[in-house]
Design a protein around this ligand. Structure first.
Ligand code: BES
Ligand code: ZN
Length: 445
């Protein structure tokens, strides 16, 4: 079996962590990974959690050399809307050098490349330049609810000198990119209830507050017209961007153009005074992820819905605290809720932002590995997505994470037609080998 065939097998598991109907598929994917890790010579255990299991696989621990923990996630996002996929989500197809399947980029293709890199080195040399621990989880896409407790319980066994993660992006094909910061996240959901039952909008319209109107007003109250978030205190702890970041990012390919061409929007929009890349990587947001209520069927129905809802998520930057942001958001919604309805707020998962020093010894080792893999100097960026466990690695294990992304801007992660170039998979295998060699030069702690 070639590495590519194996990756295609990995992609056939519909390991959608959020959907209880796929629980057995998530488990089967974990079992398959366990077998794979064992077959390449790693000592591997499947650790059950109250949710989906964690796979831990380690090479023989030898003294006097660094230990590198490689993290990845084998769970994937849901696949809807199905009709917009050009091929089945879990029957990977290679077209124009790209593997199309849910999870191909996010994150199976990326972590599997590291596993293959280790497999190749072990097969060739019978040894690795560093001690390696793989930690592969099945709950990243639902906020890793059980991984931080797992880290705390296994902190001694997971002690390492550095962590490597390929679950971020590259600026463009063949452009080596080191991501040194991610945004945090805080989610909430709210429901506005009015009448005890749906009402005839002719009989009662004008005499009661419409819950859908109330939700729309609440959602609209989150932003000022210029894109700034209107929640009192929201920006109080936001750390300004550093000058060197603004300078470096200004030299990257035009972010407005990239944003427009990657998304298809007719114009970019966001907080005044910031470039597109700054808005997306280093400024906080308030997003509506879903909003519903009332009649959604064909034609018209003259009704006042008895309730309406919205799901919100906030992306957070240094030094915002997710719990504090949820508290401020709750206060804001309660204060802005119009009279005549009741508001119920449910807080969801949250995770911390992360930044590290890309110019320290570990960051420089990562940059050299990226340069060797792609043949040019790497770019330094922050990104807007979140991987909350990376901050927990720092807080619980005291270890920094190198984010060496292999995802292309048009990878369609979380969307229909997610894809990963075979070339990036192969580059990832090479990257693993260079990275472990570079990290071997760092002294163990
Ligand atoms: N790989 C992404 C995170 C990411 C995306 C990093 C883009 C950098 C650039 C990860 O799998 C992901 O999607 N994370 C979720 C986390 C959330 C559910 C807690 C996210 O960012 O929405
Ligand atoms: Zn994801």
């Amino acid at each position: 079996m070639s590495h590519l065939d194996d990756l295609l097998t990995h992609l056939r598991f519909p390991s959608i962590s959020t959907d209880p109907a796929h629980q057995a598929d998530v488990r089967a994917c974990a079992d398959w990974l366990v077998e794979k890790c064992r077959s390449i010579g790693l000592t591997t255990e499947l650790h059950p959690t109250p949710g989906h299991p964690v796979v831990i696989a380690r090479s023989e621990a030898k003294p006097n050399r660094p230990t590198v923990l490689i993290y990845g996630h084998y769970d994937v996002q849901p696949v809807d809307p199905l009709e917009l996929w050009d091929s089945p989500q879990f029957e990977p197809e290679i077209r124009n050098g790209r593997i199309f399947a849910r999870g191909s980029t996010d994150n199976k293709g990326q972590h599997y490349a590291h596993l293959c890199g280790v497999a190749d080195t072990l097969a060739e040399k019978g040894d690795l330049p560093v001690n390696v621990i793989f930690l592969l989880e099945g709950e990243e896409e639902i906020g890793s609810p059980h991984l931080e407790p797992f880290l705390r319980d296994h902190a001694d066994e997971l002690q390492c000198d550095v962590i490597a993660v390929s679950d971020t992006g590259m600026i463009g094909p063949g452009v080596p990119t080191l991501t040194y910061g991610l945004r945090g996240i805080a989610c909430l959901e709210f429901k506005v209830s009015g009448p005890a039952s749906d009402l005839h909008s002719g009989i009662y319209g004008g005499g009661v507050m419409n819950p859908a109107t109330a939700v729309a007003r609440l959602v609209a109250s989150l932003h000022e017209d210029n894109g700034r978030i209107a929640i009192e205190g929201f920006y109080d702890t936001v750390r300004p961007l550093q000058e060197w970041e603004r300078e470096q990012w200004a030299r990257l390919p035009d972010g407005d153009l990239a944003t427009r061409s990657e998304t298809g929007v007719p114009a970019v929009f966001g907080e005044a005074g910031y470039s597109s890349l700054e808005r997306r990587w280093a400024r906080p947001t308030a997003e509506v992820n879903g909003i519903w209520g009332g009649y959604q069927g064909a034609g018209s129905k003259t009704v006042i819905p008895r309730e309406a809802c919205a799901k919100l998520s906030f992306r957070l930057v240094p030094d915002q605290d997710p719990q504090e942001v949820l508290r401020l958001a709750r206060k804001h919604l309660e204060r802005h809720c119009p009279p005549g309805v009741t508001l119920e707020i449910h807080e969801g998962h949250h995770g911390q932002w992360y930044v590290m020093d890309p110019l320290g010894p570990q960051g420089m080792a990562a940059q050299r590995a990226l340069e060797q893999t792609f043949g040019k100097p790497s770019l330094l960026i922050r990104e807007g997505g979140s991987i909350p466990i990376i901050r927990s690695f720092k807080d619980v294990l005291g270890t920094d994470t190198l984010m060496l992304g292999l995802a292309l801007p048009d990878c369609q992660a979380h969307a229909p037609n997610e894809n990963f170039p075979v070339a990036n998979f192969e580059a990832g295998i090479q990257l693993n080998r260079y990275l472990l060699e570079e990290l071997a030069r760092l002294l163990p702690t």
